[in-house]
Ligand binder design. Structure first.
Ligand code: AMP
Ligand code: ZN
Length: 113
């Protein structure tokens, strides 16, 4: 069972921001900023490493980048935003379906932590 696969399949509701054939973007349930959207490939990859070793990883990553840019436009982040991917235990990844946080709507500092 994968939470984000269930969201993609519509078994669990989400607040959709953008969708195309290969990716889904929805609002984070516990936002860390005025805008906090998760961009997820519709194919299940555990994390960035899994994506990198899959023959289709490149195609999905290209779609993820375009979706991030679309989300930024939809959410009015013309002044900028931050994209974060948490990978694995030390990266603080809690949902084991690769996803990219798009955070904005405030002035972030240059420090990540
Ligand atoms: P990460 O720590 O990078 O794995 O991020 C997982 C993110 O998923 C967290 O920011 C959670 O708030 C978010 N999240 C967990 N469950 C849901 C859900 N049902 N709908 C939307 N976002 C969720
Ligand atoms: Zn999944």
């Amino acid at each position: 069972m994968c939470l984000f696969c269930d969201i993609i399949e519509g078994k669990i509701p989400s607040s959709k921001v953008y969708e195309n054939e290969k990716v889904l973007a929805f609002n984070d349930i516990n936002p860390a900023a005025p805008v906090h959207v998760l961009v997820v490939p519709k194919k299940h990859f555990d994390d960035i490493n899994d994506m990198a070793s899959d023959p289709e990883g490149e195609i999905y990553m290209g779609e993820v980048i375009r979706a991030i840019s679309e989300v930024a436009k939809i959410k009015g982040l013309e002044n900028g935003f931050r994209t974060i991917n948490n990978c694995g235990e030390d990266g603080g990844q809690t949902v084991k379906h690769v996803h990219f946080h798009v955070i904005g709507g405030l002035k972030l500092t240059e420090k990540m932590i």
